[in-house]
Design a protein around this ligand. Structure first.
Ligand code: EPU
Length: 420
């Protein structure tokens, strides 16, 4: 097993470049199933989840070639892909569910293992299923699998989502592009990653309107063509480096990032006392002195991203004053505060609220990451804790951050991976 060993106390300085977004590239890979032939995706992060998705596509009959050095992936999709996503892959990565929509609309059937709960909450699929049923699919659960049949082409329908779910929006969008007639998805998610997949689908020949708004209108077409597409930059990775700069009183320039995808998070860092400067291909974050505590409320985009919540709790844990953090998406995301408490953080949770009272200094301890963003939050805390912090569960960080340790080291952090 590998751990991270982080000795706190250095200010992060320099430049770091971000790669494509995990939460986009996995869906772009799934969308390739919609067209036979070779789809090429650029700006692909070198993370474990991309490998799992590549393996899943291979099992569906695709040929996948990942050029890590070039950050590209080429997916050759057969005329008739298989339609079964097995449990051994789905349990390793919930996002495997994103093959459901493309498989169903392309092949008329999909058997996708149910992902079950995970470390950040129960994460239902009801909106995916209800939407597909409205489009004429028959969806049942059988021995741990979602079994969906279209009985011909799916039919366009009007679907109102109870909540702007990222996953449900993507499933229905990908199902609708080859359906018969018009589909309207109301209360759709508007994340930059949704815009990214809509853009790719349009290049493939799909008819999608309302991109970036909460009403997506799709008129199904008979067929789509394979394309080349570059993944949108990872706003959560960029935001993580920005918080690290602020916590360590550093000065970091984050390249290949889009500040406009992080407006609210960067505004919060400014309120905490940081200088944030937008640049043509990224932004610079500099901080002197102790940050001020900032309240956070997580919400669907353009609200504050839940995937930056643990990093901001880490920031608040050493800030001047107290902050109220409200988590509205994943009920179990506060689990990580028990680990943060091992470093001396003062955090009290009650339901979906956390009260974080800043302490002047954290002290190192062994801690365990339970999901990707908890891992990032704990690593950031380790960067400012006195002494050497050991972070267990590094595999979680590897799922979402390409080259986490080299990036931190290039900014001057004292961090290394160790076998235990
Ligand atoms: N929900 C339902 N029913 C559904 C769908 C969602 O109840 O049918 C609930 C979920 O249980 C959750 C909320 O709606 O409470 C939001 O879920 P959403 O569908 O928006 O999230 P997701 O698609 O499962 C993606 C990202 C997450 C990110 C969220 C929110 C991927 C692979 N995952 O998840 O990323 O937090 O959107 O932005 O795109 C991460 O990267 O660490 C991560 C967890």
């Amino acid at each position: 097993m590998e751990v991270l060993r982080i000795t706190g106390g250095t200010s992060l300085r320099g430049e770091v470049a971000v790669t494509g977004a995990k939460n986009s590239v996995l869906k772009l890979m799934a969308a390739s199933l919609l067209a036979p032939g070779v789809t090429t995706i650029a700006n692909v992060p070198d993370i474990l989840d991309v490998e799992i998705m590549a393996e899943l596509l291979r099992r569906l009959g695709c040929d996948v070639s990942h050029e890590v050095a070039l950050s590209t992936i080429a997916i050759t999709v057969p005329d008739r892909p298989d339609h079964r996503a097995d449990y051994d892959l789905v349990r390793r990565m919930r996002a495997s569910i994103c093959v459901l929509g493309p498989l169903l609309t392309r092949t008329g059937a999909a058997d996708v293992a149910l992902p079950g709960g995970d470390n950040i909450g129960s994460r239902g699929l009801d909106m995916h299923i209800d939407g597909l049923r409205r489009m004429g699919a028959e969806v049942t659960s059988d021995h741990g699998y979602l079994v969906a049949h279209a009985g011909g082409r799916l039919q366009g329908a009007r679907v109102w989502l109870d909540f702007p779910s990222v996953g449900a929006t993507e499933t229905l969008l990908m199902a609708a592009v080859l359906a018969d007639g018009e589909t309207v998805i109301d209360n759709a998610a508007r994340e930059p990653e949704i815009v990214d997949i809509c853009t790719m689908l349009r290049t493939m020949g799909a008819n999608v309107e309302g991109i970036g708004t909460s009403t997506l209108t799709v008129i199904g077409v008979e067929g789509l063509r394979p394309v080349q597409h570059a993944t949108v930059p990872d706003r959560i990775v960029a935001g993580t480096w920005a918080v690290a700069a602020v916590m360590t009183h550093g000065d970091v320039t984050i390249r290949h990032a889009k500040a406009e995808h992080l407006s609210l998070a960067l505004e919060k860092l400014t309120l905490a006392g940081a200088d944030v400067e937008c640049l043509p291909d990224g932004f610079r974050v500099a901080m002197s002195g102790r940050p001020r505590a900032v309240d956070i409320v997580t919400l669907p985009y353009p609200g504050f991203p839940t995937d930056l919540q643990p990093q901001f709790i880490a920031l608040n844990s050493i800030a001047e004053g107290a902050a109220l953090v409200t988590e509205n998406l994943f009920e179990a995301r506060f689990r990580f505060v028990q680990e943060l408490a091992r470093l001396g953080a003062d955090v009290r949770t009650d339901g979906h609220h956390a009260l974080v009272r800043g302490v002047p200094v954290l002290s190192s301890a062994p801690v365990e990451a339970t999901d990707i963003r908890a891992g990032a939050g704990l690593a950031l805390a380790g960067l400012v804790a006195e002494g050497e912090t050991t972070v267990y569960g590094v595999g979680h960080i590897d799922r979402g951050y390409a080259g986490f340790v080299p990036a931190l080291r290039s900014l001057g952090a004292d961090v290394r991976r160790d076998e235990v």
